[in-house]
Design a protein around this ligand. Structure first.
Ligand code: OOG
Ligand code: MG
Length: 257
């Protein structure tokens, strides 16, 4: 047990100081998936002790493109905090990251809590709004390399998220074109259908997985459905934009000053 707390501290410290560490599977040895989620929960507890608040959850490896890029083929989830929230259009400073990457996503805003007993059909009625989003992921592991339990323990590489203007959710989200531009040039193109066939399925998965861990998805939470395309490594001075058909655009600039 102490070991899991120690691993949580190592990963929290790595995130907090933007310093890469060895993969847990290498430095400590293999831990089970439930132990990895326990490490994740403990590491977020440390953030909460510093005053951060849970603001939502994110899903990972919901698309083939991401699973193939990272060599991990299981759905994962992680916790978002208010300190990870980034306003649309701002300059994001590089010093808080180790080796960040950005990826195009769709975000849900919950207008009511999702109870663990709610049937999957009820999940949609909890959605108050949807938005185009960009997730900034940043593995705390050297060379951005990990296995399933490593990445789960590292809170699914959660690091930052930017949501565009919130839209009425009464639209079909299942096959929207997604364009990801860096410095106005297309870096990746995809469809929201790449996200588990439809992003709503990812929200249902988030509700199920979080409930299994005793976390109720609260009113006001943001749920990131997962990237539709591969993630792109960020370089100082770049302007990043995600445009989702019918949903609009979201953007930020990544820089050192
Ligand atoms: C893990 C997080 C995956 C997604 O959208 O698929 C993820 C990683 O790729 O480092 O956020
Ligand atoms: Mg993501």
């Amino acid at each position: 047990m102490n070991d899991l707390e120690e691993i949580a501290r190592v990963l929290d410290d790595a995130a907090n100081t933007a310093t890469a560490v060895a993969q847990i599977s290498v430095s400590v040895g293999n831990i089970s998936l439930s132990e990895a989620y326990d490490v994740q929960r403990r590491s977020i507890e440390l953030r909460i002790e510093r005053g951060e608040k849970i603001s939502g959850v994110k899903m990972g490896f919901t698309s083939r493109a991401k699973a193939q890029q990272m060599g991990v083929d299981d759905l994962i989830w992680g916790r978002l905090t208010d300190a990870m929230r980034i306003d649309d259009g701002v300059v994001v400073l590089a010093d808080r990251f180790v080796h960040p990457r950005a990826e195009p996503e769709v975000a849900f805003l919950l207008g009511t809590a999702i109870s663990p007993d709610d049937p999957p059909e009820a999940v949609f009625s909890a959605v108050e709004a949807v938005a185009p989003a960009i997730e900034i992921i940043d593995s705390r592991y050297k060379d951005f390399k990990f296995n399933l339990t490593d990445v789960v323990a590292d809170n699914a590489s959660s690091s930052g998220y930017v949501c565009g203007a919130w839209q009425n959710p009464e639209m079909d989200l299942s096959n929207l074109g997604m364009l990801f531009r860096i410095d106005s040039k297309l870096a990746a193109v995809g469809s929201s259908a790449a996200i588990l066939g439809a992003p709503l399925r990812s929200l249902q998965g988030a509700a199920r997985l979080a409930a299994g861990a005793g976390l109720v998805l609260e009113e006001g939470f943001v749920v990131l459905a997962g990237a539709a395309t591969v993630a792109v490594a960020l370089q100082a001075g770049q302007h990043i934009e995600c445009e989702v058909q019918n949903l609009g655009r979201v953007e930020f600039t990544y820089d050192t000053v």
